[in-house]
Design a protein around this ligand. Structure first.
Ligand code: SAM
Length: 234
């Protein structure tokens, strides 16, 4: 997958140098390219922003530097995502969709946001959540992280993300590692039984209970099968 990031602050993406995403870059499963659109500003002061027509607070990103940056690299079939608090809310389903793309372009805003005409360049306006950040960099880094881990072979085993919270529509069941007992807190017996069917049932039941407790909104959208219905009734 090719990733292109239009930003005034490429240094804010140092998280992409590390851990799983950093390894995916080193092994060339993803190719990340930064484009600082200030480099494309044609005015002598290299300004990329100006005052809004009609008045109002703050400065807006001008179309010219962003249009010229977009024209400087190939992106014919790319998904072009504008980071925008007013956009579609990013979630696991969207990350799964993006993980199948060959190229994604991230447009990171700053100041009071974008001149409206820049939206003619984009395929999706996307928000990280219902709050306003100072810029799109943190939002884009989160979306890249969530997407890249879903690209085949980036995580060790496919199953590594299939049980993740949100992937199945339910929250993930509780997990334990060694020791069997820590400060009086014990690992549930069933997990050490070696009985795969009982472990599967326990995990399903814990997933359902956790989702009901923490995110009942997810359960409302989830289609329960007969076994799950039975567990919730019981
Ligand atoms: N005036 C804008 C508004 O009210 O919608 C907010 C501008 S914000 C200070 C500057 C930039 O940060 C935005 O253009 C966007 O690129 C990015 N940004 C802020 N909050 C975001 C969010 N929740 N999701 C994605 N990007 C966000």
């Amino acid at each position: 997958m090719r990733i292109d990031i239009l930003t005034l602050f490429p240094e804010m993406f140092s998280s992409l140098d590390h851990s799983i995403v950093g390894r995916a870059r080193k092994s060339e499963k993803i190719d990340v390219n930064f484009h600082n659109f200030r480099d494309f500003a044609t005015n002598t002061q290299k300004h990329v922003d100006d005052m809004p027509y009609g008045g109002g607070q703050g400065m807006l990103l001008m179309p010219q530097p962003i249009f010229d940056t977009m024209a400087s690299f190939p992106h014919e079939n790319a998904r072009v995502l504008m980071m925008d608090p007013a956009g579609r809310k990013f979630d696991q389903a969207f990350a799964e969709e993006l993980a199948t793309e060959e190229q994604i372009v991230f447009l990171c805003g700053h100041y009071e946001g974008f001149d409206e005409r820049i939206k003619t360049l984009v395929t999706d306006e996307v928000s990280l959540g219902d709050y306003v950040l100072t810029g799109g960099e943190v939002a884009a880094a989160v979306m890249i992280d969530a997407t890249v881990r879903l690209i085949p072979d980036v995580l060790g085993k496919k199953a590594s993300h299939e049980d993740d919270s949100f992937s199945s529509g339910l929250l993930e069941y509780p997990q334990y590692t060694r020791p069997e007992e820590f400060r009086g807190l014990k690992v549930p017996e069933v997990l050490m039984s070696g009985h795969h069917e009982n472990i599967r049932k326990w995990r399903l039941s814990e997933s359902l209970a956790k989702t009901q407790r923490l995110r009942p909104d997810l359960l409302e959208k989830y289609e329960l099968n007969a076994e799950e219905n039975e567990i919730l009734k019981g």
